[in-house]
Design a protein around this ligand. Structure first.
Ligand code: NAD
Ligand code: SER
Length: 319
């Protein structure tokens, strides 16, 4: 059976990708790893887990060889707002970590998944219907590492024939784990605050439009891309994928349809507002649709209804 290793497995994406991979490949086939020690309870546990710092190339290579890993999902990263607070750490984790993964995978000929982001675009990128191939001059450290990472992945595919694939995730909305310090985190926090306090104070202004995606779509996109016929992939890396795009005011209005008393307030954080304004508002994902059949299932209304239902169910179980 194929052996799979996931880095950054305790984060927002890993918390849902690891269980999905275990359902697909079998629990024992998927080794979850993260720089953090195993917590008492976590969705990425209940199967093999090891502590791994991806900036430690020797430890990473040793683990891949010991477990005869065939596929690596490299999720370890420092996200946009946290990266601005500590750019040196973000460079080490996002660049050295990626280099270590690609080098180790090259040596054992493993397949690799590397997420990029809407942050790989910058203020002079066309912001509406952002093309797959366009100007990429981001002005955040996170964005710089994402563009450099996309190029490095392309290089390893071209130069060494490594089967490395990737998606530019939009802002991801999920109920399993809290997000890890990004600019789109408001779109997750708002649901927790709506259920607990019936109000939320957004750190982005009301009209800040960003591409968003519900986690089930992001996980399905990841698995579909990794299983896609390589002969059909002209891009291979860094595919734009789009589900819906919304502003904080529109998301609040959608929540109000379910919770009429919900109140939205604004206290704009200039740092995260500037980051958001440098990113696309909508994406052209025709390459993903044509090359591997990408289709989102959730729009704003469907995601909102499901988030509220799932979080309410969870709250009931916790009582
Ligand atoms: P997250 O911050 O929730 O999780 C990242 C995980 O990496 C954390 O569990 C952290 O402990 C771990 N980590 C940090 N440094 C590490 C190191 N040196 N070695 C090993 N692990 C380390 O992030 P996420 O949302 O799960 O993001 C996963 C990937 O998806 C990242 O590449 C991110 O850039 C990308 N992405 C996420 C979003 C989103 O909205 N969540 C959007 C676009 C792209
Ligand atoms: N959601 C991520 C962030 O805000 C985008 O990559 O950092």
């Amino acid at each position: 059976m194929l052996k799979v290793l996931v880095t950054g497995a305790l984060g927002q994406v890993g918390s849902e990708l690891v269980p999905a991979l275990r359902r697909f490949y079998g629990t024992e086939q998927v080794l979850a790893t993260d720089i953090r020690g195993a917590p008492a309870e976590h969705p990425s546990l209940g199967g093999p887990y090891e502590q791994l710092d991806c900036t430690n190339g020797n430890a990473l290579r040793e683990l891949l060889e010991r477990h005869r890993v065939k596929v690596v999902y490299h999720l370890a990263a420092i996200l946009s707002a946290r990266a601005e607070a500590d750019p040196q750490l973000a460079w080490r984790v996002n660049m050295e970590g990626l280099y270590n993964v690609l080098e180790a995978a090259r040596q054992i000929n493993a397949q690799v998944f590397v997420p990029s982001s809407i942050a790989a675009f910058g203020p002079n990128t066309p912001q509406d219907h952002t093309p797959q191939d366009t100007i990429q001059r981001p002005n955040t450290l996170y964005g710089v590492t994402k563009v450099a990472g996309e190029l490095l992945c392309d290089y390893y595919a071209l130069r060494f024939g490594l089967d490395v694939r990737g998606l530019r995730y939009p802002g991801l909305i999920s109920y399993t784990a809290h997000p890890g310090g990004g600019t789109t985190d408001y779109a997750v926090e708002i649901f927790h605050h709506a259920l607990r306090h019936n109000q939320y104070t957004s750190f982005l202004g009301p009209d800040t439009r960003l591409p968003m995606m519900y986690m089930p779509d992001a996980i399905r996109a990841t698995l579909e891309l990794m299983q896609a016929d390589p002969a059909r992939l002209r891009h291979r890396n860094a595919f734009n994928i789009m589900a819906f795009s919304c502003t904080p005011a529109e998301l609040a209005a959608e929540i109000q349809k379910h919770r009429p008393g919900f109140k939205m307030h604004y206290a704009v954080d200039p740092l995260r507002q500037a980051i958001a304004e440098s990113w696309p508002r909508t994406l052209d994902d025709s390459a993903a649709r044509e090359e591997w059949g990408w289709q989102p299932h959730y729009d704003l209304a469907g995601m909102t209804a499901d988030m509220l239902e799932k979080l309410a169910e969870r709250a009931l179980k916790e009582v």
